[in-house]
Design a binder for this molecule. Sequence first.
Ligand SMILES: Cc1ncc(COP(=O)(O)O)c(C=O)c1O
Length: 367
Amino acid sequence: MNVEKIREEFFPVTKTTTFLDIANHSPPCVPVQEAIRGYLLDWDKLDRRGDARTEEAVASWAKLVGATPEEACSQPNTSSGLTTVAEALRFEEGDNVVVNDLENPANLYPWIAQRPRGVEVRVVRGRGGAVQLDDLGKAVDDKTKAVAISHVEWLTGARHDVRAMAEIAHEHGAYLVVDGIQAAGALKVDVKRSGVDFYACGGYKWLVGCSGAGFLYVRGELIPEIEPVQFGYRSVEEHDIERPRLKNSAKKYELGEPSYLSTVGTIAAIKMLLDLGPPAIEARVLKLSQRFYDGLEHLGITIVSPKEKSMRSGVVSFSTRDPDATFKLLKEKGFYLSLRPAGIRVAIDFYNTEEEIERLLSVLARE
Ligand SMILES: Cc1ncc(COP(=O)(O)O)c(C=O)c1O
């Protein structure tokens, strides 16, 4: 991977700042800018073909995460993907869902909203920055309908073993529902190999795309039995007032017109990721984040992210005696990162460099 060329040609943000904040929002890269500009400028000339573009975006995301295009659909964001799933599950009185206290609220409210349906929301406490498999195993029982988990946790960057978690859920006849927004694009995702049932993700973080374009994977075998509570004209095979027939694919979970601007931008972003190659991207992200983790450890700084290498992702968080002051100092020195309740969050992607990581560590060394 020619990182200097990628930075020069695709990522203008790298010229003005040390950008380490994609866990918050993707920087607008050149392919995305050009795709959106082109779409707007060609508005009067072209057959706009928004539907075809939505299909293209969904198919390219499906390819990135190892799904078939029929198992994927467009959603405005992660929250709507997760809510679509939570609403569609058929709960019986006394059923429970298992969440955890490390989740982003986006993966809690879709489940909390099911309480009026008689659903118990069980909260597993994270340990060491992650949800531990044995803790999850103790919380799941035969009344569990769904286990909701982030592939990568937003604050600690813990990368969960979703394959092992899917096994725990399936042993009890429950579904594993994954929030993938902090993983997809940076780490290799293979929804088939991992055996997860649902995988939702927005386009505006590691996919390097846009807000307003998100995706949902539903495991093929489940599509006939998981009926959406809400449906719209995009969900149906044929318009029929008396007997609307839903599509025989994940497209039945779509409603109306998505944001085409976000869609065309996100197509360009995913194309860039597929061209660069998910294995190469993951290898680079993990190499840089491990270097940063080791550097923090060497400096004796309190690390919020889990110690296990298998749990490493693009996110490494740490804390200092005065995180506000450290954050302010780093900002003044041109580092673009996030201050979150758990500490300072550094989000490292493929366009970052070894030099940027060393420079960040050297500022922290003088702290
Ligand atoms: C893990 C996680 N899930 C979901 C979201 C938000 O999802 P969306 O805005 O796509 O609904 C975030 C945003 O920070 C997040 O970190």
